[in-house]
Design a protein around this ligand. Structure first.
Ligand code: SF4
Length: 759
C-alpha cells in the first residue's frame, strides 16, 4: 500500500482509541468550540439532552457519562461552530465564485444566519425577509398547473414532528412527490423486506446484542458509519461470540478496535480483535455467499442432521420448497466464482451460523446499493428464517441506518408510495382528500426535472445535487427549475446549483434550544432499532434570525394554502399538538405518545416479527427466490471493474469534515482510487499513478472522472472504491434497483483509462 508519499501510509493502530480521542479534540479546536462543544457533548444522547444529528445508532440505556463517538463529535462541532455565513459573506462572494470552492471549504464557512434570496442580476444571494420568502414560495407553488410539478425532498436529519407536518402539507397541496435520502440508502430494506417479514425495518434491538451467539456484518463499515456499534461488538467478542464480517474492503474497525471508554485498554494501548472470520467478498458476491451457506444447511439436513428449525418453518413460513430447489440447483464452482472466496470459507461461515441458536445479521449499503438490492435483502431474511432467527432474544435482521431520523421520517409519512389505509387516516384526521397516486422517488424527481415537468424543488435539509447520481445531468436538471429552496444549517453546493429563483432558509439546529410562546419544545427521533426518544437542544441558536424547521414548514403551508383545513399556526407554538396528531394518524404505533415519550430513554415502536407476527398478505413470513447469482446486470467488457462509492472516515454523507481517511491510510486527498495490486499490475499501472475512470455505460452518455491517484489497497479482485460525491458523475441515473429506486452506487461498471489531467 502507499506510494511512499506522506499522503498514503498504512494505518496500523486499532480503530477507536487514542486516535478517536485526538480527532474529537481536533475538531472542537478547528471549529473554535472547545468549551461550548465539550459542554454540549455531555448532553448528547443523554436523557433530557439532544440526539446526535449524525447516524441513527441507538443509545445504550445504561447511560455512560459520555454517550457519543468521534463522528458524533464532528457533527456536533460543525453544528455548534463559531463561524458564520453572514450577509457580508454573500455580498463578498458571487455564486459563480462560490461554485469554484470545494465542498469542504463551503462546509468550513460556518452556520447560515438569515434567509437569503438569489439575485440573478448580480449573481449574489441577498437578504430577504421571512415573510417575503414564504410569499415567494406560496406564489410559485400556487401558480403550478399541477401539484406534481413540485418535488419535496427530505433529509434524514429532519425530526418526526417536522417530517409529519411536511407530509401533511405536501399532501394537502396535492402530491406524493417525496424524494428522500432513504431512497439512496435503505430503500431496498423499506421496499424489499416487507415481502419477506411484513415490515421494512430491522427487528433487532440493542439488548439483543447481549444475547447473540453469532453476529454477521455484511457490507457495512461500523467503525465509520455507526461507531458506537463497536461497543456491543467488543462486548460480544469478549463473550467469545463469533463475528463474521463480509466486505470487499478490510475496514480497520472490523479488524481491531480500542474502546475509548475502556480505561484499561486506553492505558495499556490494548485492543480487541473484532472479526473472527473476515470474508473478503468480491463486490456483489454476497448473494453467492448467502446461497452457499443455505446450500450447506440443506446438505447437512439431507445428511440426517437437524440444522433447520422445521417447526418454525412449518408454522410461520411459506415458499420453503422453491427456495430449496433454487439453492440446491446452484453448483459449487459457480458459487465460489461469484463470491470470489473459496468453498472452505463459505462452509466455515455456514458452520458458525449452524452452531448458533441466536444470530443477528447486520447490513449496510454494501447489500442495498445494487441493481437487485431489494431482493438481496430478502436473501438475508431467507437465511435467518431457515433457523427461526426471529422472535427470540439475540436474533434478527438489522439494517444499520446512516442518518439520525431517516427511519422516523418514513414512519411518519415521508413516502412517495403511501398506503391507502394511511391516506384514509389522513383524510379522517385532517378533513381533506389526499392524493392517491404514487409520487416520485429521488431518481424519478431528477428525471422529472430533466424532462422539464418539474418546476419547483423544496429541500428540507440535505445537499440534493451532491447526493444524487449523474452529477452533471443533475446540475442541469436543477438549473431548469423556476424555484429552488434550500432549508439548512450550513451552506452547501445544493444552494449554489439552483433554479431561476432560489432561497436559502436557515434553521435552528438539533443541538439548539427551541423556545416558543408555549415554552421550551422538544422533538423526537426514531433510531435504526425503532426506539423513539426525545431530543431537547441545549445551545442557543446560532443567530436570532433562524426559524425552526417546524415553523418553516407551517409557514410554507400557510403561504401556499390560504384555505387550508389544518391549524398550522397552533403547531408552531406547541409540539405536543403535533404528537397528538401523529398518534391519531398512527394509533397502532403511537397511541399514548405523550406519556410514553416522557420515559428517560423513550420507547420502542412495535416490531411484529419480534412477536412472530407477519404483516404480509398471506400472514406468513415468506421465503423469496432471487434466481441466479448476480445482483447486477452482466457487463461484457474484460476491462470492467466494479466501483463502490464510499464515505471517508472524515465525512458524513456529503458533508466533508477533512481530506483525511486515517483508517484507510489516506491523508489530504479525496481524488483517489482504492485498487487491488493484481488489478493494478494487470493494467500495467503502478500505485501513485494518475488515472481517469470511465463508466461502461448503457445509455450512450459518456461519464468520466479525471485525476484519480491509484492506491494499492487490499480490495477484493475486480473491486475498486472511491469517495462520493466526487465519483457520483460516474453513476448513471438509470442504474438503480427497480423495486426500490435505490441507485446501485456500490457496483458501478467502470474501466481505468489514462488521465488527461497533469500528474
Ligand atoms: S454512533 Fe452515530 S449516533 Fe452515536 S454518537 Fe456516533 S455518529 Fe452519533
Amino acid at each position: 500500500m502507499a506510494d511512499g508519499s506522506s499522503k498514503y501510509k498504512p494505518y496500523r493502530s486499532p480503530a477507536g482509541g487514542w486516535g478517536a480521542a485526538a480527532a474529537t479534540a481536533k475538531v472542537l479546536m478547528e471549529q473554535s468550540v472547545v468549551g461550548k462543544g465539550s459542554r454540549a457533548l455531555l448532553s448528547m444522547n443523554q436523557p433530557g439532552g439532544f440526539k446526535c444529528p449524525s447516524c441513527a445508532f441507538p443509545d445504550a440505556t445504561c447511560t455512560r457519562k459520555l454517550e457519543f463517538c468521534e463522528n458524533g463529535a464532528k457533527a456536533l462541532a460543525h453544528e455548534a461552530t463559531k463561524f458564520r455565513v453572514t450577509r457580508e459573506f454573500f455580498a463578498k462572494h458571487s455564486v459563480s465564485e462560490l461554485m469554484e470552492q470545494s465542498d469542504y471549504w463551503l462546509e468550513m464557512q460556518g452556520r447560515l444566519t438569515e434567509p437569503m434570496r438569489y439575485d440573478a442580476a448580480r449573481d449574489h444571494y441577498v437578504p430577504v425577509s421571512w415573510d417575503d420568502a414564504f410569499a415567494l414560495i406560496g406564489r410559485h407553488l400556487s401558480a403550478l398547473e399541477d401539484p406534481d410539478q413540485a418535488e419535496f425532498y427530505t433529509s434524514g436529519r429532519t425530526a418526526n414532528e417536522t417530517a409529519f407536518l411536511y407530509s401533511i402539507f405536501v399532501r394537502e397541496f396535492g402530491t406524493n412527490n417525496f424524494p428522500d435520502c432513504s431512497n439512496m440508502c435503505h430503500e431496498p430494506t423499506s421496499r424489499g423486506l416487507p415481502h419477506s417479514i411484513g415490515i421494512g425495518k430491522g427487528t433487532v434491538i440493542l439488548d439483543d446484542f447481549e444475547h447473540a451467539e453469532a453476529i454477521f456484518l455484511i457490507g457495512h463499515n461500523a467503525g465509520t458509519n455507526a461507531p458506537r456499534m463497536m461497543t456491543p461488538l467488543v462486548e460480544a467478542r469478549k463473550r467469545g461470540v463469533p463475528i463474521v464480517a463480509v466486505n470487499p474492503m478490510p475496514e480497520r474497525a472490523l479488524i481491531r478496535f480500542t474502546e475509548p471508554q475502556d480505561i484499561v485498554q486506553m492505558a495499556t494501548f490494548g485492543s480487541t480483535a473484532i472479526t473472527s472470520e473476515f470474508v473478503h467478498i468480491r463486490t456483489g458476491g454476497d448473494l453467492a455467499l448467502l446461497k452457499g451457506m443455505m446450500k450447506v444447511l440443506f446438505e447437512r439436513e439431507a445428511a440426517g442432521e437437524t440444522v433447520l428449525d422445521q417447526e418454525f418453518i412449518a408454522e410461520h413460513t411459506e415458499g420453503f420448497a422453491a427456495l430449496k430447489a433454487d439453492v440446491e440447483a446452484q453448483g459449487w464452482p459457480e458459487l465460489v466464482a461469484a463470491a470470489g472466496i473459496d468453498k472452505a470459507q463459505i462452509r466455515r461461515c455456514a458452520e458458525i451460523y449452524i452452531a448458533s441458536q441466536a444470530t443477528i445479521i447486520c447490513y449496510g449499503m454494501g447489500v442495498t446499493q445494487h441493481q437487485q438490492g431489494s431482493q438481496l435483502v430478502q436473501q438475508i431474511a431467507n437465511l435467518l428464517l431457515l433457523k427461526g432467527n426471529f422472535g427470540k432474544p439475540g436474533a434478527g435482521i438489522s439494517p444499520i441506518r446512516g442518518h439520525s431520523n431517516v427511519q422516523g421520517d418514513r414512519t411518519v409519512g415521508i413516502d412517495e408510495k403511501p398506503g391507502q389505509a394511511y391516506l384514509d387516516k389522513v383524510r379522517d384526521v385532517f378533513g381533506f382528500e389526499p392524493p392517491r397516486e404514487h409520487g416520485h422517488h429521488t431518481v424519478e424527481s431528477v428525471e422529472a426535472m430533466l424532462a422539464g415537468t418539474a418546476k419547483v424543488f423544496i429541500g428540507l435539509g440535505g445537499n440534493f445535487v451532491r447526493a444524487v447520481p449523474d452529477t452533471d445531468r443533475s446540475y442541469a436538471a436543477m438549473r431548469k427549475l423556476d424555484l429552488t429552496v434550500g432549508i439548512a444549517t450550513k451552506l452547501n453546493r445544493g444552494h449554489l446549483v439552483h433554479g431561476k429563483e432560489a432561497l436559502i432558509l436557515p434553521v435552528v439546529a438539533r443541538s439548539e434550544r427551541i423556545e416558543t410562546v408555549k415554552g421550551e419544545q422538544f422533538v423526537t427521533i426514531e433510531d435504526s432499532m425503532s426506539n423513539v426518544t426525545a431530543s431537547r437542544g441545549v445551545l442557543d441558536p446560532a443567530s436570532d434570525d433562524l426559524l425552526t424547521e417546524t415553523e418553516i414548514v407551517c409557514r410554507m403551508a400557510m403561504a401556499t394554502l390560504p384555505h387550508s383545513k389544518v391549524d398550522w399556526a397552533s403547531y408552531i407554538e406547541d409540539y405536543d399538538l403535533i404528537r397528538d396528531k401523529i398518534a391519531a394518524v398512527y394509533p397502532a404505533l403511537y397511541e399514548g405518545f405523550a406519556e410514553r415519550i416522557a420515559a428517560p430513554h423513550g420507547f420502542h415502536l412495535d416490531i411484529p416479527p419480534r412477536r412472530r407476527v407477519w404483516a404480509t398478505p398471506n400472514g406468513k413470513a415468506n421465503f423469496l427466490v432471487l434466481p441466479g447469482l448476480a445482483v447486477n446486470a452482466p457487463v461484457n467488457d474484460p476491462a470492467m471493474l466494479r466501483l463502490a462509492t464510499v464515505r471517508s472516515h472524515d465525512q458524513f454523507n456529503t458533508t466533508i469534515y477533512s481530506y483525511n481517511d486515517r483508517y484507510r491510510g489516506v491523508y489530504g486527498d479525496r481524488m483517489i482510487l482504492f485498487m487491488n495490486a493484481d488489478d493494478i499490475a494487470d493494467r500495467g499501472l503502478e500505485a501513485g499513478a494518475k488515472i481517469a475512470l470511465e463508466t461502461i455505460g448503457c445509455d450512450g452518455i459518456a461519464r468520466r472522472v479525471e485525476g484519480l491517484t491509484i492506491i494499492d489497497y487490499p480490495m477484493s479482485r475486480g473491486s475498486v472504491a472511491g469517495y462520493y460525491p466526487e465519483l457520483n458523475p460516474l453513476l448513471p441515473l438509470a442504474f438503480y434497483d427497480r423495486i426500490s429506486g435505490c441507485p446501485a452506487a456500490k457496483s458501478i461498471p467502470v474501466r481505468v483509462v489514462a488521465s488527461d489531467a497533469a500528474a
